[in-house]
Structures are given as structure tokens and as C-alpha cells.
Design a protein around this ligand. Structure first.
Ligand code: UD1
Ligand code: CA
Length: 414
């Protein structure tokens, strides 16, 4: 038996984000808040995912169409009410359903698997995911009895001074036995302070009815729920740190981990050195033995071969670079294909956008582009050609292999 169904609670307003965008659609790492949660659940073998949506539901449904099932929470009456809306979408009598918040993106697939297996092994009515935090402020606290069994979850707002000292918190992910959930969820009463039905109140209800509550632990980082922009920054930093570590473990030198951003989807070869203040966004591929930065920005669709040097203030997007090429200072290269052993002078710009279309620039092997050259796309610079400093190579005026051009507009010179 395995747990293959999950409900993601994602109807909340995300008030503390102070945003026009629903909280779960904010960008995090190379995905969105909800996208991350969905990816991790799928990795844990969850096949059937139901999302409870409410605030700006149509935006979320549009983005995850075909991937998730949706139920709507019409009035935002709390997490308990949100889960109630999903009951009809669950298979009758299912022994286990996983429930998770839409804003906890760092819970790993291994942790979801652990939560599910603990629930099934202990034949529990409800299994809670918990973590021990140095600063448990704002989270629901796990109240245990003398024997160590979970008695209830108490929210910060309702906690006594003693309860506030508890460092074990409710991460907001649970497994429930289906029939018990359906039977007891209706017993949750409205919390008078917040005018919401707290899902967490079901724990005490189950205990009072003699049901078994189990718990599984996870790392403190995993518990971070994104409620504010500050939380978002914390989570983004954690994701970036992990990505930098993964790259370093596979043989990439990162000179300054504080100022380097590398996207999770980027692939970088061995012995490549990334200098400070470099930003690598999206599915960028970099070969081995390259030197990147300082202050380089490589955007999605950039593919760099081996032994390439890309220096300070170089921006590249949707551009391929061949082996041994040097682009050492101040350049913009967009929608370009650059061959091997090319030297791109300081200040070279591809004018790739004509106001309507993005056009391509092709620079073949062994070309020398002088400083401050402008290449107006579409244009091709043939093998071994040279473009003089300050030249403007105009649209469709391809430069023949071996030719030398200079001037505005660039013309062949002997
Ligand atoms: C919740 C838990 C708290 C836990 C914390 C972990 C409750 C009552 N408290 O608090 O114990 O420590 O998560 O991050 O559940 N939602 C709806 N509909 C609503 C209200 C909320 O779908 O009417 C969704 C939100 O979109 C969110 C999740 O439920 O994904 C949790 O709501 P949130 O307001 O973030 O709860 P917390 O105060 O963080
Ligand atoms: Ca939250």
C-alpha cells in the first residue's frame, strides 16, 4: 500500500505578501511556489493531486491546467474549511491522503515519503510532520502529553506563555486516514479570534475520540512557509546555496558564494570557475574549463562550449559559444551563434531586435570582432573575418570568410 493522493491547500489570500499575485504563483528558484510543491509531491510518488484554490483561482488553474485537479473554496474560512472542500474529490474510504500547504516549498520528496510511510506503518488516524525550530514564532506548536504522545496543535495566537516556549512546530503537512477525516473534520469549530476553521484543531478532536496520532520529523529549513517577501528571500537564498553546493560538489569553482546566483536548471562542467557577482539564469549550459565573470549575466538558452572566457559586464541570451572563444568585457550577445576561437572585443553589441522580430547573428570560427562593433541582425560574419573597431555591420550585409570590414556602415578594406 502506498499513498498516492495529496491535497494542496492553496486558497489563501497571502495577505502578508502584499501582492496582486496569489502567493503560490510567486517565483521561487526556477519555478513558482506551487510549482515547487507539485514537483516534490510527484517525486514522492503522488499521482493524484488536488489543489484547493480560492483567491484568484482562475490564474492558478490556467497555469496548472491538466496537471492538477481543482476544487474551489468560495469563502476563505481557514485551512479546516479548505480541506472540507476537497472531501468529495477523494476516493471513498482511502486509507491515506497527504495534505500539505501550498506555501512550504522546501519539504523534500524524501520527507513526504517518510511522512506517508510513518502514517501507514503506525496505522495512524493522523500523522503530523513536525520540526524543531530555534525561533518557532508564528507556527502552530505541537503539544505533547507526559508520555510523549501528541495531544493537540496550538496556534501562536491561542498559545499560552508556556506553550509559546515549545520549539516543536507543525510544518503544515499531514497524512490522514480517509474515513476518520471525513467523520471528524465536521467537528472542527470556528476559532472565535480569527473567525476561521483551523485544520489543526482536528488533532485534538481525534485524540478525544481515542484515535492514534503519529508524527514524523524533518529539517528546520523544510518547515519554512512562505508568508511574506522576507520568507521568499530566505527560501530563495537556501535554494541558491544548495545549488551552489551541488555545483561545487561536481567540480565547479565558485569563488564567492555570497554574490553568485546559479539557477537550479543550469548545467556547468568541471573545472569551470565562476567569479563573483555572476548571475546564471535558467537552463544555461556551460562546458568544462571555462572562466565566467566577474559580473557576467548568462540568460536562458545560453550554451557555452569548453574553455570559453566570459568576463565582466557581458550579457548573453539564447546564444551559443564555441570552444576557446573569448568575450572578456562589456558585451551584449542575443540570439547569436558564435564559433570556435573567436575574439569578441570589448563593447560588442548584437542588435538582435528590430522592434518586431528577434533576428540571428552568426559569427563563424576564428573571427575577430573589434572593440565597440555593432552587428545588426540578421547578419553573418564568415570564417576568419575581421570587423574593425567601432564598425557597424548592417543587416543582411554578410561579411565574407577571411574579409576585413570597417566603418559605418562597415565596408571591405584591403
Ligand atoms: C498554518 C498552520 C500552522 C502551521 C503553519 C505551517 C493552520 C490553522 N495553521 O499556519 O499550524 O505551523 O501553517 O506553515 O492551519 N488556506 C486555504 N484557505 C483558507 C486559509 C488558508 O486554502 O481559508 C491555505 C493557504 O493558502 C496556505 C495554507 O492553507 O497554503 C495555510 O494557511 P496559512 O494562512 O499560510 O497558515 P499559517 O498561519 O501559516
Ligand atoms: Ca503559511
Amino acid at each position: 500500500m502506498k499513498i498516492t493522493t495529496a491535497v494542496i491547500l492553496a486558497a489563501g489570500l497571502g495577505t502578508r505578501m502584499k501582492s496582486e499575485i496569489p502567493k503560490v504563483l510567486h517565483s521561487v528558484g526556477s519555478s513558482t511556489v506551487l510549482g515547487k510543491v507539485v514537483t516534490n509531491l510527484k517525486k514522492a510518488g503522488i499521482k493524484n493531486i488536488i489543489a484547493v484554490v480560492g483567491y484568484k483561482a482562475e490564474l492558478i488553474e490556467k497555469q496548472f491546467k491538466g496537471e492538477l485537479k481543482f476544487v474551489t473554496q468560495k469563502e476563505l474560512l481557514g485551512s479546516g474549511d479548505a480541506l472540507k472542500q476537497a472531501l468529495d474529490a477523494l476516493d471513498e474510504g482511502c486509507p491515506g491522503v497527504l495534505v500539505t500547504c501550498g506555501d512550504t516549498v522546501l519539504i523534500t520528496s524524501a520527507t513526504y515519503e517518510k511522512l506517508a510511510s510513518t502514517h501507514l506503518n503506525e496505522k495512524a488516524s493522523c500523522t503530523l510532520l513536525t520540526a524543531s525550530l530555534d525561533d518557532p514564532h508564528a507556527y502552530g506548536r505541537i503539544v505533547r502529553g507526559a508520555g510523549g504522545d501528541v495531544e493537540k496543535v496550538i496556534e501562536e495566537k491561542d498559545a499560552s506563555r508556556e506553550e509559546k516556549k515549545i520549539r516543536e512546530i507543525n510544518v503544515g503537512s499531514y497524512c490522514f486516514n480517509g474515513p476518520d477525516l471525513e467523520k471528524f473534520i465536521h467537528d472542527i469549530e470556528i476559532n472565535e479570534k480569527k473567525k476561521e476553521f483551523y485544520l489543526t484543531d482536528i488533532v485534538n478532536i481525534l485524540v478525544s475520540n481515542g484515535k492514534t496520532i503519529a508524527s514524523a520529523g524533518c529539517e528546520a529549513d523544510e518547515a519554512i512557509g512562505i508568508n511574506s517577501r522576507k520568507d521568499l528571500a530566505v527560501v530563495n537564498n537556501i535554494i541558491n546555496k544548495k545549488t551552489l553546493e551541488k555545483n561545487m560538489d561536481s567540480g565547479v569553482t565558485v569563488v564567492d558564494t555570497e554574490t553568485t546566483f546559479i539557477d537550479e536548471t543550469a548545467k556547468i562542467g568541471k573545472d569551470t570557475i565562476i567569479y563573483p557577482n555572476t548571475v546564471i539564469e535558467g537552463d544555461v549550459e556551460i562546458g568544462s574549463g571555462c572562466k565566467i565573470g566577474p559580473f557576467a549575466r548568462l540568460r536562458p538558452g545560453t550554451k557555452v562550449s569548453r574553455d570559453v572566457e566570459i568576463g565582466n559586464f557581458v550579457e548573453m541570451t539564447r546564444t551559443e559559444v564555441g570552444e576557446g572563444t573569448k568575450i572578456k568585457h562589456h558585451a551584449y550577445l542575443g540570439d547569436a551563434r558564435i564559433g570556435r576561437n573567436v575574439n569578441i572585443g570589448s563593447g560588442t553589441m548584437t542588435a538582435n531586435y528590430d522592434g518586431k522580430n528577434k533576428n540571428r547573428t552568426e559569427i563563424e570560427d576564428n573571427v575577430l570582432i573589434g572593440v565597440g562593433a555593432i552587428l545588426i541582425a540578421p547578419v553573418k560574419i564568415g570564417k576568419g573575418a575581421q570587423v574593425g573597431a567601432g564598425s557597424v555591420v548592417t543587416k543582411n550585409k554578410n561579411v565574407a570568410a577571411g574579409a576585413t570590414v570597417a566603418g559605418i556602415p562597415a565596408k571591405a578594406i584591403d
